[in-house]
Design a protein around this ligand. Structure first.
Ligand SMILES: Nc1ncnc2c1ncn2[C@@H]1O[C@H](COP(=O)(O)OP(=O)(O)OP(=O)(O)O)[C@@H](O)[C@H]1O
Ligand SMILES: [Mg+2]
Length: 270
């Protein structure tokens, strides 16, 4: 690690702009490209060993932040640091310390679960037999039939694929786990197993975790602090109790409805 730092993650005044398909409500047919800020001067820090939540309505910028931390997108302004290393300058070092689970997990769909895990293990430099042992235990805990190890991934349900994706993400014992809606599409029992797994990863390995979710009960249960994004900006960041106090609501779902219930603001496109 290049520099001693008190935080696992620092996101400092980060802005990410994408080209917009619309301009002032109509289709953008102008030659000059128009951009909008999907993430707009966002700042937050994640402590070592913390589970940090990011919530917000669809399109509020959660996955864009995760993708920037995962070195898959470059920020336009500001900087992101993972264990003191800038994600744009120390890309390879950062990649060796993180892993990401996204709701649209990618696999070699024609290959079996086992073959996909073997591929991941080789990339992470983990002995394949050790990786299989580890994955088998995790998948058994998630309730996945061991025979599925030999099925092509495309024959697994979305929830089952999600479980494999979570098991795969932990083969390399990452120091920072980026979980983008990891439990979306899971049945209640599998969801509970995955939530328990996330807590055990934090407690047993002191892994720092960033979790996005639309399940407010999950966020309350797992996250020590949460950033609430709205239109690419942080509306508030704090413990669930602090977010509830800010709105005078009893639970995070009501907080969510209160904050997102307003009319959409005018487009602020340049
Ligand atoms: N590659 C891209 N090109 C253009 N626009 C994009 C791109 N990726 C995301 N966006 C836009 O950026 C905004 C934020 O998207 P993002 O995926 O970060 O939202 P999100 O909060 O993760 O939403 P959800 O809850 O639906 O997953 C959206 O308006 C989206 O359309
Ligand atoms: Mg998303």
């Amino acid at each position: 690690m290049k520099e001693n730092n008190n935080y696992a993650v620092i996101c400092h005044e980060v802005t990410k702009k994408f080209r917009s398909d619309t301009f002032k409500g109509v289709r953008n047919i102008f030659k000059r490209p128009v951009y909008f800020a999907a993430v707009n001067e966002v700042s937050f820090e994640v402590k070592y060993g913390e589970i940090f939540g990011i919530i917000g309505p669809n399109g509020s910028g959660k996955s864009t932040i995760i993708r920037m931390l995962a070195t898959l997108l470059l920020p336009d302004h500001g900087y992101l640091k993972v264990f003191g290393m800038d994600v744009t300058k120390n890309t390879y070092e950062v990649r060796s310390l993180i892993n990401r689970v996204s709701v649209d997990a990618s696999f070699f769909k024609k290959l079996s679960v086992k073959e996909n895990l073997a591929y991941a293990a080789r990339i992470y430099g983990v002995p394949v037999s050790k990786a299989f042992d580890k994955a088998k235990v995790m998948l058994k805990n998630f309730g996945l039939d061991p025979k599925k190890m030999y099925s092509p991934v495309e024959d697994l349900s979305r929830g089952q694929q999600q479980m494999v994706s979570i098991a795969r993400s932990f083969l390399s014992s990452p120091n920072l786990l980026l979980l983008d809606e990891p439990t979306t599409g899971l049945d209640p029992k599998s969801k509970k197993m995955v939530q328990e797994f996330i807590l055990s990863v934090k407690n047993d390995h002191n892994t720092s975790i960033i979790l996005t979710s639309h399940d407010m009960i999950e966020i309350e249960k797992l996250c020590e602090r949460t950033a609430f994004l709205k239109d690419g900006k942080i509306w508030a960041c704090g413990t669930s109790n602090e977010l509830k106090k800010k709105t005078g609501k009893d639970n995070l779902e009501d907080v969510f409805l209160e904050v997102t219930g307003e009319e959409f603001p005018e487009d602020e496109e340049e």
